[in-house]
Design a protein around this ligand. Structure first.
Ligand code: CO
Length: 204
């Protein structure tokens, strides 16, 4: 199976080079992506593929259920690099319907370390228990929880000193929340974007 993978890689690199002889030479010089994508590790939601972006166009961080822990050094390091060095313009927190991590957070059975990782989602479920309780199917509740997890993630990203500093110096960077549908391959804007005007108290 690894050999198949390596073979596909050779085919891909040959095909790319035939189409654009200096493709890899150009990409190896620098990356200048417009987007920083924070998404779920789920193999069905690869950022470049679902967003139709080429190598070099999106900087990516993924974890189980796209949870934003405000103390996650891995995520924060990637965020700082994206904002301060790459100067990305759009940060996208992307969740997805049918997320295994969201599902696990709604179950009573133990999942080991994942339960620690998913704790913020359980907190959101408690916070919105009344709204979630109005929905009649478990799937609908999990879908809404996936959306709420994105909205909370956007808020947490916006609250980091990294974004606050960037906005204070006038950087034009916006944080968006999207949700991806496994069943139709569509990305939807959750309408929870934050940019400096909002943080500044709606002055703009
Ligand atoms: Co997922």
């Amino acid at each position: 199976m690894l050999n198949d993978l390596l073979k596909r890689n050779v085919d891909w690199s040959v095909e790319r080079t035939e189409r654009e002889p200096d493709y890899f030479a150009r990409l190896s010089e620098q990356q200048a992506p417009e987007f920083f994508w924070i998404g779920c590790s789920d193999s069905r939601v690869p950022a470049n593929v679902v967003a139709g972006l080429e190598p070099g166009e999106v900087f990516v961080h993924r974890n189980v259920a796209n949870v934003i822990h405000s103390t996650d050094l891995n995520m924060l390091s990637a965020l700082e690099f994206a904002v301060d060095v790459l100067h990305v313009r759009e940060i996208i927190v992307c969740g997805h319907y049918g997320c295994g991590g969201i599902k696990a957070s709604t179950e009573d059975m133990p999942h080991g370390l994942a339960d620690h990782w998913l704790a913020p989602i359980r907190g959101i479920a408690r916070q919105y228990a009344i709204d979630l309780g109005r929905l009649h199917s478990l799937e609908a509740r999990q879908d809404m929880l996936a959306e709420l997890n994105v909205v909370e993630g956007v808020r947490r990203i916006a609250e980091t000193p990294i974004l606050q500093r960037a906005w204070a110096r006038g950087a034009k960077v916006c944080v968006h929340g999207l949700i991806y549908g496994l069943k139709d391959g569509r990305l939807r804007d959750l309408g929870c974007s934050v940019d400096m005007s909002i943080v500044a108290g709606g002055a703009v």
